[in-house]
Write a protein that binds this ligand. Structure first.
Ligand code: HDD
Length: 713
């Protein structure tokens, strides 16, 4: 038996348990002799209430679940570090941004917004991108999304927005989907949501991977330097792997084939050493430029185009360790935009101001106690000393008689820190105003930046937005809601509205005076403030398109290629592509009609990792069919054609060599393949290194969307 003499040893034994080589015990440390049978009066008799071991086990089990997050319930996270590459001490006194090379531990959690904890990763939705920095000056949370703007301008509308998007209350349908009446009813009456609607109807809302998403702090924040001077700032995360999406049909199929697709992707990338990485950038706006732009910096439905204020990179984040326990870490982590450190401060964005209340409140209900900061994943690495005491599940054993300030009995401790000693102080902003429930007129333009976003998209991306809107509104049953949305879309782009209307068999209404902001009903249109459209001084921005986005890099690291094999496959061809992919840190996975060994033409064997039953094209980035003797058998396999069809439809690279290239000519899409389709890599010869290189070069382009009919044209 251990004799816990020092406190530290005891702490460790409480907090860490890997369950190996240990006796099974009760929660009180009593060794259990029989965990399989409850205590009964005789072998066939009734169970006895006395069985404290059974009762403890069942009671704990009965209470295993905590309320899921009211939004962002479905998510995945990982540990890592943030490293300063370009310190900005002239702008902020925040210690974790001050010194080149300084590393700060982080935990990042990515999430969907609307779905429940068990819902699919591939829902059309914004993604949460929350990072907890364990800085020497306390916890800093950057609680961001993968979209730089938000649906609403004031936190007062957040419960309405979420009630509208969540499953409808009478029948709890649909799960993790915005394609239903209540969501679009709300949206149709909230023109301020139109900019964000353009983003969520774009492919941003169906990312290929959490690792291939940008992150945005959304609100304007403040940075404060040692001289107590302040600038405004917008935060950006830029992914090293570029920003990529899947196709909408693909997203829906992935949801069935593997609802954990993003979760697994993040987990596997970290397990295999492909550590996800982002750069952190800032857009800095001098205080004197606060009113310089055609939009208000405090309006969270607006972004600052990078053409007006470039993004300066200050550091990088690398995620290099998966959690040990999902519940203890990913589920119990408590983010809060109000967790800030000296050198960072809030702006008066009314959405942010409401968030500052909401997140503490939600932790109280979810984690059940004001002591949520003591849960290991939430603990500050900076020492915590204060006079907060007691409460549910208090971990800290505070010593002594003093739990108040000021005190003399405790030598005045803990005492307040001067600003020079790292004490936090808010920016000394002058506020002199009437108390009002009003919205600033500078928030009234709801369409200017929606247009900017739409105009920045490539033709293929515009087509995807048309398709997404046809899908979403096509699921809406109330005709009047569809028509109202068409009216709003026509204020962004008339062709967009007409193309969506075509898919709905509807007509775009004349532009209506739409109700905004105040409590107005659809019948009683015309709020106190009229919506207006202010043309953006930037007409298009490359950074807003995923295809022209400057973050895109020609890497295929961690991408997965399906290599379709059957007995008699060319061993040389399989090894050739596998070798070439490995060099790029990508992976070739063998898929065959059955699992286990596949005999090669050289009488060797390759192991099939998946069969057609356990794999699907939607789970891979590209498909390759190597030549070989068993192709005739493959050519009769319906599953193969479904595989290839999806790969073609989702605009992926498809390659084949030797006789295998003939299989493609019998595929249903064969007649559609055009000569200029750079995503179809074929050779009638046996594949060479050059072939593998062509295949990889094609993969760096990610997708060949030109294959699809363009719905916007
Ligand atoms: Fe929020 C969770 C991001 C507006 C109230 N939010 C939550 C998470 C992210 C965001 C990433 C999940 C954190 C995690 O992984 O645990 N939220 C945003 C962004 C917003 C935003 C970028 C707008 C710019 N949120 C917003 C408003 C309110 C909330 C206006 C309320 C007034 N958000 C919450 C919450 C959640 C939350 C209810 C649910 C679980 C939690 O906080 O811890 O308090």
């Amino acid at each position: 038996m251990k004799n816990f003499q020092d406190e530290k040893q005891r702490d460790l034994s409480i907090n860490k348990s890997d369950g190996t080589n240990k006796f099974l015990t009760t929660d009180q440390g009593l060794r259990i002799n029989d965990d399989n049978n409850s205590l009964k009066a005789g072998e066939r008799g009734p169970s006895l209430l006395e069985d404290f071991i059974l009762r403890e086990k069942i009671t704990h089990f009965d209470h295993e679940r905590i309320p899921e997050r009211i939004v962002h319930a479905r998510g995945s996270g990982a540990h890592g570090f943030f490293e300063v590459t370009n310190p900005i001490p002239e702008l902020t006194k925040a210690g974790f941004l001050k010194e080149k090379g300084l590393k700060t531990p982080v935990f990042a959690r990515f999430s969907t917004v609307a779905g429940s904890r068990g819902s699919t990763d591939l829902a059309r939705d914004a993604r949460g991108f929350a990072v907890k920095f364990y800085t020497q000056e306390g916890i800093y949370d950057l609680v961001a999304n993968n979209i730089p703007v938000f649906f609403i301008q004031d936190a007062a509308k957040f419960p309405d927005l979420i009630h509208a998007v969540k499953p409808e209350p009478h029948n709890e349908i649909p799960q993790a989907a915005s394609a239903h009446d209540t969501f679009w009813d709300f949206i149709s009456l909230m023109p301020e949501s139109m900019h964000m609607i353009m983003w969520v109807m774009s492919d941003r809302a169906i990312p290929r991977s959490y690792r291939m998403m940008e992150g945005f702090g959304v609100h304007t924040f403040r940075l404060i330097n040692e001289q107590e001077e302040s600038v405004f700032v917008k935060f950006h995360w830029k992914p090293k792997l570029g920003t990529h999406a899947v196709a909408w049909d693909e997203a829906q199929k992935i949801s069935g084939k593997n609802p954990d697709f993003h979760r697994e992707d993040l987990w596997e990338a970290i397990e295999t050493g492909n550590f996800p990485e982002w750069e952190l950038g800032v857009q800095v706006i001098p205080a004197e430029d606060e009113n310089k732009y055609e939009f208000d910096l405090l309006d969270p439905t607006k972004l600052v185009p990078e053409e007006l204020v470039p993004v300066t990179i200050v550091g990088r984040m690398v995620l290099n360790k998966n959690p040990d326990n999902f519940f203890a870490e990913t589920e119990q982590i408590a983010f809060h935009p109000g967790h800030i450190v000296p050198g960072i401060d809030f702006s008066n964005d009314p959405l942010l101001q409401g968030r500052l209340f909401s997140y503490t409140d939600t932790q109280l209900s979810r984690l059940g106690s004001p002591n949520f900061h003591e849960i290991p994943i939430n603990r500050s690495v900076a020492p915590v000393h204060n006079n907060q005491r007691d409460g549910h599940m208090r971990q800290e054993i505070n010593k002594g008689r003093v739990s108040y300030h000021p005190n003399s009995l405790g030598g005045g401790c803990p005492y307040q820190a001067q600003i020079e000693q790292g004490g936090f102080s808010s920016f000394n902003e002058r506020v002199d105003a009437h108390k009002v429930r009003e919205r600033s007129e500078s928030f009234n333009d709801h369409f200017g930046q929606a247009k900017l976003f739409f105009n920045s998209q490539t033709p293929e991306e515009k087509s995807h937005i048309v398709k997404a809107l046809r899908f979403e509104l096509g699921k809406v049953e109330t005709t009047a809601i569809r028509v109202r949305v068409l009216g709003l879309l026509s204020q962004i782009d008339t062709t967009l509205a007409e193309k969506v209307a075509l898919g709905l068999g509807a007509t775009v209404p004349p532009i209506l005076e739409t109700p905004i902001n105040k409590g107005v009903s659809p019948e009683n249109e015309g709020g106190s403030q009229e919506p207006q459209t202010i043309e953006s001084s930037v007409s298009a921005s490359e950074a807003l398109s995923m295809i022209t986005n400057p973050t895109n890099s020609p890497t295929i690291a961690s991408r997965k290629v399906a290599i379709i094999c059957s007995d008699g496959v060319s061993e040389a061809a399989v090894l050739n592509i596998k070798r070439a992919l490995k060099k790029e840190d990508a992976k070739g996975c063998i898929i065959a009609p059955h699992l286990g060994s596949i005999v090669t033409d050289a009488d060797g064997a390759v192991a099939a990792e998946f069969s057609f039953l356990t794999a699907s094209s939607v789970l891979f980035d590209a498909v390759y069919i190597p030549h070989g003797l068993g192709l005739n058998a493959l050519a009769e396999n319906d599953d193969l054609f479904e595989f290839l069809n999806d790969a073609y439809k989702h605009c992926k690279v498809i390659g084949a060599d030797g006789e295998a290239s003939e299989i493609l000519s019998s595929a249903p899409f064969a007649s559609k393949i055009t000569n200029d389709d750079e995503g179809i890599i074929l050779t009638s010869e046996a594949a060479t290194e050059g072939f593998a290189q062509d295949f990889i070069t094609a993969m760096t382009k990610h997708r060949f969307w030109q294959r699809e009919p363009n719905l916007y044209n």
